[in-house]
Design a protein around this ligand. Structure first.
Ligand SMILES: NC(=O)c1ccc[n+]([C@@H]2O[C@H](COP(=O)([O-])OP(=O)(O)OC[C@H]3O[C@@H](n4cnc5c(N)ncnc54)[C@H](OP(=O)(O)O)[C@@H]3O)[C@@H](O)[C@H]2O)c1
Length: 265
């Protein structure tokens, strides 16, 4: 048992999840890291330990409701109370619509969308029990407007945004704060590992941020009790432009990408 309430971070073995876990731990919080791969979890656990963080690594697949539930139970058994959950686990499959294997459409929905559902279902009662809980779902700016190459991924992030908006409207009386993060292109393995012939042109047209910049925005957003968390001022502007003037904004962006073939070769 720990004296301080702990955080649980899914996708905590690398990228945005690990960067967020490191920042939370630097603020003195114990953190449970959830991911599938043993090697990645061990590396992340060492990185946390090197900074003196109290950490528990839990192997679980967020696309499995029972595994998610067991992960939460293990974290609570170790730390006592969880009052913050950051759900960052996610996968990305890109490419032209008809060249993305059907299995990738299925796994994207299972991990990115159903994962968000399973995490919310496991988290909400436990966060409510803490008396001051907060659930942060990581979406993407792709949930404002999609681009060529994202037929498998973008719908899952639109679904996460819709899930968040529904819960936000439905759970006003529940004592849990809900927040959603809309990271822009972030320099992580998720982007670096895309094969050249399946790399959407947006990655070469628009700049990226670091995982730590996203993590800093997440921690700032939690501290300031923001319901929507943006990394840069331009992401906030982009969000509002796509809501207020989706037609013009879409045309301008499509023109910026014109001639780039949609998917890099
Ligand atoms: N990078 C970007 O440009 C970008 C932009 C906007 C939003 N995002 C979102 O930000 C989140 C983090 O992305 P990232 O760039 O940090 O990716 P990443 O570096 O590839 O890290 C993904 C993390 O999620 C874990 N994970 C993947 N599938 C899982 C599953 N089924 N169950 C449990 N854990 C799983 C991975 O570990 P294992 O593989 O070992 O399970 C890893 O820890 C994702 O939701 C992504 O969609 C990323």
């Amino acid at each position: 048992m720990s004296a301080r309430p702990a955080a649980l971070v899914t996708g905590g073995s690398r990228g945005i999840g690990l960067a967020t876990a490191l920042r939370l731990a630097a603020g003195g919080r114990p953190v449970a890291l959830v991911a599938r791969g043993e090697a990645g979890l061990s590396r992340a656990e060492r990185a946390m330990g090197d900074r003196g963080a109290e950490c528990l690594a839990i192997r679980a697949d967020v696309s499995s409701a029972p595994e998610v539930d067991r992960a939460f139970a293990a974290a609570i058994e170790r730390f006592g109370t969880i009052d913050l959950v950051v759900h960052a686990a996610g996968i990305l499959s890109t490419g032209r619509f008809d060249r993305i294997p059907v299995e990738d459409y299925e796994s994207s929905i299972r991990v990115n969308y159903l994962g968000a559902v399973h995490v919310a279902r496991a988290a909400l009662p436990r966060l409510a029990a803490s008396g001051n809980g907060c659930l942060v779902q990581v979406a993407s700016v792709i949930a404002f407007k999609s681009f060529p190459g994202f037929a498998a991924y973008a719908p899952t992030k639109w679904a996460v945004r819709a899930l968040h908006e529904t819960l936000d409207a439905e759970l006003r009386q529940v004592p849990v704060r809900l927040a959603i993060v809309y990271p822009p292109i972030t320099d992580t393995a998720m982007i670096r590992d895309i094969p050249a012939d399946r790399r959407p042109a947006v990655y070469d047209r628009f700049g990226s941020v670091t995982a730590d910049e996203v993590a800093a925005a997440i921690v700032r957003g939690i501290e300031s009790r923001s319901r929507r968390i943006f990394v840069r001022r331009t992401d906030w502007l982009y969000f509002h432009l796509t809501r207020l003037a989706p037609g013009i904004t879409g045309r301008v962006l499509d023109r910026m990408l014109a001639g780039r073939g949609g998917i890099s070769r």
